[in-house]
Design a protein around this ligand. Structure first.
Ligand SMILES: NC(=O)c1ccc[n+]([C@@H]2O[C@H](COP(=O)([O-])OP(=O)(O)OC[C@H]3O[C@@H](n4cnc5c(N)ncnc54)[C@H](O)[C@@H]3O)[C@@H](O)[C@H]2O)c1
Length: 351
């Protein structure tokens, strides 16, 4: 079993945990990228621990916590009690001042020693699902993983696994890691990348592009603070501009990123992509596209693969940032590739 700890029991964690239960009982159902990876199916992932700071989640079984507090991800599966209670971690910069209603922290509630906790639950893998902008908190949990030799998967746009410094730290500890900033199964970033790659390959020239995303979950509420958002913008923009750089093309005028919080949308995310440029004969074209998805299942749909790929890396004795996994599953890997190369690299990694 792949003994996994969730750090941040929010909407993504909710969809992830529901997905594990759903595919355990319906292994033949569609909806996953890769049903079996080197013998590992969804049912080989076991949640052995969960860390949060919101007092409405702490103390509850994970199966209940994922539907508590401010979590709004849709319920697509009943989850039976896991026998794993959420414990309180270290708040640090995880809760922005404008989020104190949405993430309710009780100072009187005691925090665990995270390294001791990881050891007590015999964790081998941890997923960092903290709010955007949790720079210190994410690095704190990454350090605790290093101490306890737990593989670290960073779903958030705090640059850890994509830096040579942390790659080296994980290498020295003999532990694999993958990140940063999870790239949803079929989300705005993936769609934008595929679109840009195919337009460029077919000889179209792009003059300008925007990708505006709106949503109504706590992730979007948290990102109202533009200071916390800086790394998210870098991550999302780089995921697209890297394709131009790799093809030796001039980067067009562009604006990419979360654009507003619309509370009544809940976990629905809407992405608008607009591209202007020229086609054959320098004649102008315009492309306008709208994608409407449930945000959290979209990220869980890729995380269920990433956790199993990281286990394969562990089986192979690999350590440090695993490039093939990071480029496949994340917006901000240590090195960027086109989508076709990503698949080829992943196949090579599995060989
Ligand atoms: N499609 C997607 O949903 C998607 C895609 C890419 C990246 N991400 C990123 O994944 C992360 C998680 O997204 P989400 O929608 O689940 O967020 P969320 O707001 O639903 O959940 C965040 C959780 O973290 C908890 N938390 C805050 N500070 C903490 C701390 N110091 N220690 C432990 N827990 C703490 C909060 O109480 C909350 O339960 C975000 O950074 C988001 O940007 C999501």
């Amino acid at each position: 079993m792949i003994k996994t700890v969730i750090i941040g029991v929010g909407n993504c964690a909710s969809s992830f945990v529901q997905g594990l239960e759903h595919y355990k009982s319906n292994p033949k159902n569609g909806g996953m990228v890769t049903p079996v990876i080197n013998g590992y199916s969804a049912s080989t992932i076991e949640i052995v621990g969960a860390i949060d700071v919101d007092h409405r989640l702490v103390g509850k079984d994970v199966s209940e916590a994922i539907f508590s507090g401010s979590n709004s991800a849709s319920k697509f599966c009943d989850v039976s009690p896991l026998g794993v209670k959420v414990v309180k971690g270290n708040v640090l910069d995880g809760v922005a001042s404008h989020m104190s209603e949405s993430f309710q922290v009780k100072e009187s509630q005691e925090s665990v020693n995270v390294a001791d906790y990881m050891e007590s639950v015999e964790a081998e893998c941890a997923i960092c699902y903290l709010p955007v902008g949790s720079e210190h908190a994410a690095k704190f949990y990454a350090e605790e993983c290093l101490k306890t030799k737990v593989s670290f998967i960073n779903a958030i746009p705090v640059f850890i696994c994509s830096t040579p410094e942390w790659d080296e730290k994980f290498k020295s500890a003999g532990v694999p890691c993958a990140g940063d900033d999870i790239k949803s199964q079929f989300g705005a970033t993936y769609l934008n990348r595929v679109l840009v790659e195919s337009l460029v390959k077919r000889g179209f020239h792009i003059d300008d592009l925007y990708q505006l995303n709106v949503g109504g979950n706590t992730d979007f509420e948290n990102m109202l603070d533009e200071n916390r958002l800086e790394s998210k913008r870098i991550s999302k923009t780089k995921a697209v501009t890297s394709l131009y750089e790799r093809n030796g093309k001039k980067i067009p005028a562009l604006r990419i990123g979360p654009s507003d919080y619309v509370p009544h949308l809940g976990d629905t995310k809407i992405c608008y992509i607009n591209v202007n440029g020229t086609q054959f004969g320098d004649v102008p074209f315009e492309l306008e596209l709208k994608l409407k998805v449930q945000d959290s299942p979209n990220s869980a749909g890729i995380m269920i693969d990433v956790v199993r790929y990281v286990r394969v890396a562990r089986d192979k004795g690999m350590s440090g940032t695993i490039l093939a996994i990071s480029a496949f599953g994340f917006k901000h890997p240590i090195q960027n590739f086109g989508e076709q190369e990503i698949i080829e690299n992943l196949e090579q990694f599995l060989d």
